[in-house]
Design a protein around this ligand. Structure first.
Ligand code: NAD
Length: 247
């Protein structure tokens, strides 16, 4: 049975043209929310938005002006905002010894700085409306456990966890909650180019459940954290790893 926990709620999901974000946006729409799909990828983003009855706003979140303008447009389109899901992200490989300043800056700009920018615009609108709100940020288990060979990615996700906690501390007085999700391995296009069946089998064995995660596994937790069922949760970084890490 599908419940409609988000009837009348206005939701923006970044990076929702495909993968985890696409599924999160779809499930919000299915539960009654008015949704904006915000993404760099115009054609798949617009097509997905149309398919789920949402609106599409194009943005390159690495560009400060574009990120602010797109969030402002999304909020105007919806007539306000109740939920922001900061999901857009990129994975880049590189060890501590190999990673260049340019690679570091690129990953941090997409995965962390973009979330600061969208949070600022969304939170301002939430504060002015006075009805509170929920922010859900996509971190990663790499943000807690690290990740050999992906130092910039792991650092960017630790930054997401810190941003989430500070957002929760500073904006709680406005009844704005902020929580992070820390997925394990999820089979999406992220990392697909280099992924082998041997790795999939090995990673699956790390989970007591014996499988990798799905976009639905992550979406279910994202919706819970954004819903009234999560009303007393803020500043948390919740694992959705199939038990791969437990801290
Ligand atoms: P994905 O590559 O399938 O989707 C990422 C989306 O973000 C794409 O639609 C892309 O166009 C968008 N995006 C990237 N750069 C952007 C930019 N500059 N401006 C606007 N949009 C941009 O990846 P996914 O697996 O669905 O990952 C979604 C989130 O979940 C990411 O933050 C990722 O780090 C996180 N995550 C994924 C996994 C996994 O195993 N797939 C694990 C842990 C965390």
């Amino acid at each position: 049975m599908v419940t409609r926990r988000f009837g009348g709620r206005r939701v923006v999901v970044t990076g929702a043209a495909r993968g985890i974000g696409a599924r999160i946006a779809e499930r919000f729409a299915a539960e009654g929310a008015d949704v904006v799909v915000l993404d760099l990828l115009r054609d798949p983003g617009a097509a997905h938005a149309a398919a789920i009855g949402a609106r599409f706003v194009e943005a390159d979140l690495t560009d400060v002006a574009s990120a602010r303008a797109a969030m402002t447009e999304a909020i105007e389109t919806l007539g306000g905002i109740d939920v922001l899901v900061n999901n857009a992200g990129i994975l880049r490989f590189g060890s501590v010894m190999e990673t260049t300043p340019e690679q570091w800056d690129e990953v941090l700009a997409v995965n962390s700085r973009s979330m600061l920018l969208t949070t600022q615009v969304a939170a301002q609108a939430m504060i002015e409306a006075g009805d509170g709100g929920a922010i859900v940020n996509l971190a990663s288990m790499a943000g807690k456990a690290g990740g050999a060979g992906q130092v910039a990615y792991a650092a960017s996700k630790s930054a997401v966890i810190a941003l989430t906690r500070v957002t929760a501390l500073e904006l709680g007085e406005h009844r704005i909650r902020a929580n992070a999700l820390c997925p394990g391995y999820v089979l999406t296009e992220m990392g697909a180019a280099t992924r082998t069946q041997e790795q999939v089998d090995l990673w699956s064995s790390y989970s007591p459940l014996g499988r990798l995660g799905t976009p639905d596994d992550v979406a279910g937790l994202a919706l819970f954290l954004a819903s009234d069922d999560g009303a007393y949760l803020t500043g948390q970084a919740v694992n959705v790893t199939g038990g791969m890490i437990m801290h």
